[in-house]
Design a protein around this ligand. Structure first.
Ligand code: 3MF
Ligand code: MG
Length: 355
C-alpha cells in the first residue's frame, strides 16, 4: 500500500474517447444530430485542451472483425502517425465486447464456447492494436459479463473465466497493463465485477498483480451506491488507479454520463481532493472524462460538455488548493465535524471568511 500524501501541484492532462461526441440516440429515440466524421474528431482534441485519446479497438480499426491481420496493422500504423501529427497520445485501447452477435450473452463469460473464443480472439486483436500504437494500457469494461436471469450462468465459473482471461492477456503481452473499469449494471441486470474492490481482487489474484489496475468512473460508483472519492482512495492506496472517467449521475437511474460536478458538486470536489492528495497524474495518468451531452443539444460537432467538464475540474483543483487546511486540521482535532462541513460548503459557495 502507498501511504504517502504528496503536495506537489500536478499539471493535469486530459483525455476523452471519440464516442463522447455523439448523435443523441437513446433507447427511446433515434439520432437527433448530424454525425461528425469519426476521423475528423481528432483535430478537436488539442483546441479543447485534451491530448489523450481513449480508444475502443474499432475506433482505431473500423470494422475490425472484417479486417485481415495485415489490414488491421496497416490501419493502426496510420492512426499512430495521425496521433503524432496532431500531438496526441493514445491513453488506452478497449476491446468492444458488447456489439457483436457473439457477445449477446456476454464475452469471456458467455455460455457458448464459440462466443468465448470470439471474445478471446477480439481481445488479442485489441492488444495487437495497442502494441502497434505504442500504447501500454488495455481497458476492460466488462459490459455484458453478468446476467439478465440470475440462474442463467454459473457465477463462480464466470469469475474463474475472468481470472483466466486476465492471466492469458498478461501472458500474451509481457508489457501491457490491464485496467478494469467496473460498473454494477447496464446493459446487464447483475454485473460480475461491480466495484473497484472486485477489480482489485482480480488484480491480486492474477499472475502479475503489478500490471492489473482499475479505472474508476464516477457514475459507475454512484450507481453502486458508493462514494466515488472513497473508491478512488481505495485504488490509490493499492497504487492501482490506472485512470478515471470523471462525470456525474443523478441518482439511481439510467447511466447518464452527466458533466463532472453537474449533479453532485461536493462529491466532485472530494474526488479532486483525493486525486490531488495522492499526487495522481504525476506518473502521467490522465484525467479521463466520459461525458455525454444532452439529447436536446444542437449543432455538429457538439463539444461544449467536454470543455465545460474540464473547466469544472480545473475550478475544483483551485478549490482544493485554496481549501484552508489549518482550519480543516483544527476542526478534525476538535472533532467538530459540523464546523468542518459548514466550512467546506462555504468554501464551495465562495462565501468568504470563516464565521
Ligand atoms: C460504459 C462506459 C464505456 C467505457 C468505455 C471504455 C462507452 O458505461 O463507461 O464507455 O468507458 O467502453 O472502456
Ligand atoms: Mg467509462
Amino acid at each position: 500500500m502507498t501511504s504517502t500524501t504528496k503536495d506537489i501541484p500536478t499539471k493535469y492532462r486530459f483525455s476523452f474517447g471519440p464516442w463522447n461526441i455523439s448523435e443523441g440516440a437513446d433507447p427511446f429515440g433515434p439520432d437527433v444530430r448530424q454525425a461528425f466524421p469519426h476521423e475528423e474528431k481528432f483535430a478537436l482534441y488539442q483546441p479543447l485542451g485534451f491530448d489523450g485519446v481513449q480508444f475502443h479497438d474499432d475506433d482505431v480499426v473500423p470494422d475490425l472483425d472484417g479486417q485481415s491481420p495485415a489490414q488491421m496493422l496497416a490501419q493502426a500504423a496510420q492512426v499512430k502517425s495521425m496521433l503524432a501529427n496532431q500531438g496526441l497520445v493514445p491513453e488506452f485501447v478497449a476491446p468492444r465486447l458488447w456489439f457483436s452477435p457473439h457477445t449477446i450473452d456476454g464475452a469471456y463469460t458467455a455460455n457458448a464456447e464459440e462466443d468465448r473464443a470470439y471474445a478471446w480472439d477480439r481481445t488479442k486483436k485489441s492488444i495487437d492494436i495497442a502494441r502497434a500504437l505504442d500504447c501500454k494500457a488495455i481497458v476492460l469494461w466488462l459490459a455484458r459479463e453478468g446476467s439478465y436471469a440470475r440462474e442463467s450462468k454459473n457465477a463462480r465459473e464466470a469469475y474463474i473465466r475472468l481470472h483466466d482471461t486476465v492471466n492469458a492477456m498478461l501472458d500474451y503481452d509481457r508489457e501491457i497493463e490491464i485496467w478494469i473499469e467496473p460498473k454494477p449494471n447496464e446493459p446487464t441486470d447483475q454485473a460480475y465485477v461491480p466495484t473497484i474492490g472486485h477489480a482489485i481482487a482480480l488484480a491480486y489474484a492474477s499472475s502479475d498483480p503489478a500490471r492489473v489496475k482499475g479505472l474508476i468512473e464516477t457514475a459507475h460508483a454512484l450507481l453502486a451506491g458508493l462514494d466515488p472519492s472513497d473508491e478512488m482512495a481505495f485504488a490509490l492506496a493499492h497504487d492501482k488507479l490506472g485512470s478515471v472517467h470523471l462525470n456525474d449521475q443523478n441518482g439511481l437511474k439510467y447511466d447518464q454520463d452527466k458533466n463532472f460536478g453537474a449533479s453532485n458538486l461536493r462529491t466532485a470536489f472530494n474526488q479532486v481532493r483525493v486525486l490531488e492528495e495522492a499526487g495522481y497524474g504525476s506518473k502521467g495518468e490522465f484525467i479521463g472524462l466520459d461525458v455525454k451531452t444532452f439529447r436536446t443539444q444542437q449543432g455538429c460537432p457538439v463539444t461544449a460538455h467536454l470543455k465545460n467538464s474540464r473547466a469544472i475540474f480545473l475550478h475544483l483543483v483551485e478549490k482544493v488548493r485554496t481549501w484552508n487546511r489549518d482550519l480543516e486540521r483544527q476542526c478534525i482535532a476538535a472533532r467538530d465535524y459540523e464546523e468542518l462541513e459548514l466550512q467546506v460548503l462555504r468554501h464551495l459557495m465562495g462565501v468568504g471568511g470563516v464565521g
